[in-house]
Design a protein around this ligand. Structure first.
Ligand code: LFR
Length: 478
C-alpha cells in the first residue's frame, strides 16, 4: 500500500489529506483541517501565509510517514523572495482592491487582443500580471513563487514554477508552454524573477532538516510537483468515460468548461471571456470563472454574523429553497458587484432593483435565486464553450464541494438538459495525490482509477426545459 499526503488549500480552509492506494482501492482521509482567514492590515487584504505553512506542518506531523507530499491551492497569488530567499512582504489576496483600474491603464501599452493571443487568459482583474503592475516590492525581488511553489520552497529549499499554476499568471505563453518573457519585459516585469518551469509529476526536492524534525517525517520524504492549481488537480480527477464531457469544478468558484488538446485563441473566444489554462499532461482547460458558491458562502456569513460560513444552517436552508417558488428573481453571478467580500443579500437585492426585478423575499428565496442563477450561468458557459470550440458535450461532471449540494446538481441537470455526474467531492485532493502516485509508477491511468474507486451520483434532467430556456433569456449573454 502507498500513502500520499495531499495538501489542498482553499479560499476558506486548508487541509492535509492522506490518500492510500492499494491496487484498485483508494481511500481518502482528511487528517487535518485548518482555517484560512484572510487578514486586512493597513487597508490591504492579505493571506496569512505563515498560518497556512504551520497548518500544513501540523497536518504532515499528524499524517505520519508518507511516500510523497504534494501541494495545490487557488491560483494567481504569489510571494516574492529577496536575494537571500527571504519572503518580501506578505502575499496579497486576489480579492484585494489594489488591481482596480490597473488593466485599464495598461491597455494603452499592450492591447487585450494581443495579450490573449499569447496567454489565452480571460480578463480577470486579479490575474498575476495586473497584481505585479500594482506591486511596490517587485524591484527588490529576485524570485516570484506562486503560493504552492512558495510552500514547497519552505519545505524543501527548492525553487520552481509549476506549470498549471504558472499558466494562470498572464505571463505564460500557452502556445509554446514557456514563460512569455518578451511580454514580461515590455511591461517592465523583470523576467529573471520567473523561475524554471516544472511540469506536474516532477520532483521538487526532499525535506529540509528543520522540517523533518518538526513534522517527524524522514528527511528523504520526496515533495512532488503536482497539478498545483487546485482546478487543474480537480479536472485531472474527473471520472469521465468519454472526451465529450463538460466539467464544473464547484467550490468557492465554479470553473466551468471542457478539456481540449489545443487552445482556442479566437477573438470571439476572448470576447466571451474564456481562458485556456494548462492542465495535466499539456491538456488545455478551456473554461470560464463563474462566481460560484462564494455568493452563497458570503450570504451565510452575513446571516450568521460569524467569520466562517454557518455550515450547520445550510441543509435546512437548502430544503426551504427547494420549496420556494421557481424563477422569481435571477442574478448574473458574474456581475463584478459580487467579487469582493461583503453583504451579498444586500447586493443581490440591489442587483434586482437595478434590473427591474422584485428582490427575493427572505433567506430561502435568496438561496433559490443564487442556485437557479448559478445553474443558468453553468448552462450559458457550457453552451458557449461548445460553440466556440466545436467540441460536443454529452455529459456534465460536477466535482468538488458543490457535488454535495443535491439541489444545485439537479438544477444543473435541468438547466443544461444533460446528465450530471456528481463527484468526487475531493477531486482536487485526489488529483493531487494520484499525480504523485503516477510519478512513482503506482498508478498509470488516473481517471480510470477514480472511476473504479469512486461512486458518483447521477442526476438526470427533469422538469420543463423550456422554463429554463425562458429564464436563461433573462440573463445577459457574455
Ligand atoms: C479556484 C481557483 C480558480 C482561480 C481562483 C483564483 O479555487 O483556483 O481556478 O481562478 O481560484 O485563484
Amino acid at each position: 500500500m502507498s500513502v500520499y499526503a495531499a495538501v489542498d488549500l482553499g479560499a476558506s480552509s486548508g487541509r492535509v489529506i492522506a490518500v492510500r492506494i492499494d491496487g484498485d482501492r483508494v481511500s481518502v482521509d482528511e487528517i487535518h483541517r485548518f482555517a484560512n482567514r484572510p487578514v486586512r492590515a493597513a487597508g490591504t487584504l492579505h493571506w496569512d501565509i505563515l498560518a497556512l505553512h504551520q497548518g500544513m506542518l501540523d497536518g504532515l506531523r499528524l499524517a505520519g510517514p508518507v511516500d510523497s507530499i504534494g501541494i495545490d491551492s487557488w491560483a494567481v497569488d504569489y510571494g516574492l523572495l529577496d536575494g537571500d530567499g527571504r519572503l518580501l512582504g506578505n502575499p496579497v489576496h486576489y480579492r484585494d482592491g489594489r488591481t482596480s483600474g490597473v488593466a485599464e491603464r495598461m491597455t494603452g501599452e499592450l492591447g487585450n487582443a494581443e495579450l490573449y493571443q499569447v496567454t489565452g487568459l480571460q480578463f480577470l482583474p486579479f490575474n498575476t500580471i495586473y497584481q505585479l503592475l500594482a506591486e511596490p516590492l517587485l524591484d527588490r525581488a529576485e524570485t516570484l513563487l506562486m503560493i504552492p511553489d512558495l510552500l514547497t520552497y519552505w519545505l524543501t529549499g527548492s525553487r520552481g514554477a509549476e506549470v498549471t499554476n504558472a499558466s494562470t499568471t498572464g505571463l505564460y505563453d500557452v502556445r509554446t508552454g514557456a514563460w512569455a518573457s518578451g511580454l514580461a519585459r515590455r511591461l517592465g516585469i523583470p523576467s529573471g524573477v520567473l523561475p524554471e518551469l516544472r511540469p506536474p509529476g516532477s520532483p521538487s526536492g526532499t525535506l529540509r532538516a528543520e522540517i523533518a524534525e518538526e513534522t517527524g517525517l524522514s528527511q528523504a520524504t520526496p515533495v512532488t510537483a503536482v497539478a498545483s492549481h487546485d482546478t487543474a488537480s480537480a479536472v485531472a480527477a474527473v471520472p469521465s468515460r468519454t472526451d465529450r464531457f463538460a466539467y464544473i469544478s464547484s467550490g468557492t468558484w465554479s470553473l466551468v468548461g471542457i478539456e481540449l488538446p489545443r487552445p482556442v485563441l479566437s477573438e470571439e473566444s476572448r470576447l466571451a471571456g474564456f481562458s485556456n489554462e494548462t492542465g495535466l499532461d499539456g491538456t488545455i482547460r478551456y473554461l470560464r470563472n463563474v462566481m460560484g458558491l462564494w455568493i452563497l458562502q458570503e450570504s451565510l456569513r452575513t446571516w450568521g454574523g460569524a467569520d466562517l460560513p454557518a455550515l450547520p444552517a445550510l441543509p435546512a436552508l437548502l430544503g426551504a429553497a427547494e420549496q420556494a417558488p421557481p424563477f422569481q428573481a435571477l442574478i448574473d453571478p458574474d456581475d463584478p458587484a459580487f467579487l469582493p467580500p461583503g453583504d451579498m443579500p444586500a447586493r443581490i437585492a440591489a442587483y434586482c432593483e437595478r434590473t427591474g426585478q422584485r428582490p427575493p423575499d427572505g433567506r430561502a428565496a435568496t438561496v433559490r435565486c443564487v442556485l437557479e442563477s448559478l445553474a443558468l450561468a453553468y448552462r450559458r458557459t457550457i453552451d458557449d464553450a461548445v460553440r466556440l470550440s466545436g467540441q460536443e458535450v454529452e455529459v456534465v461532471h460536477l466535482v468538488g464541494g458543490g457535488a454535495r449540494n443535491a439541489l444545485l446538481c439537479q438544477m444543473t441537470a435541468d438547466a443544461t438538459g444533460l446528465p450530471v455526474i456528481a463527484g468526487p467531492v475531493e477531486a482536487a485532493a485526489l488529483g493531487n495525490a494520484l499525480v504523485q502516485a503516477r510519478a512513482q509508477g503506482v498508478v498509470t491511468d488516473i481517471r480510470d482509477l477514480v472511476r473504479r474507486s469512486e461512486q458518483p451520483v447521477t442526476y438526470l434532467p427533469r422538469g420543463d426545459q423550456n422554463a429554463w430556456t425562458r429564464a436563461g433569456a433573462r440573463l445577459p449573454s457574455r
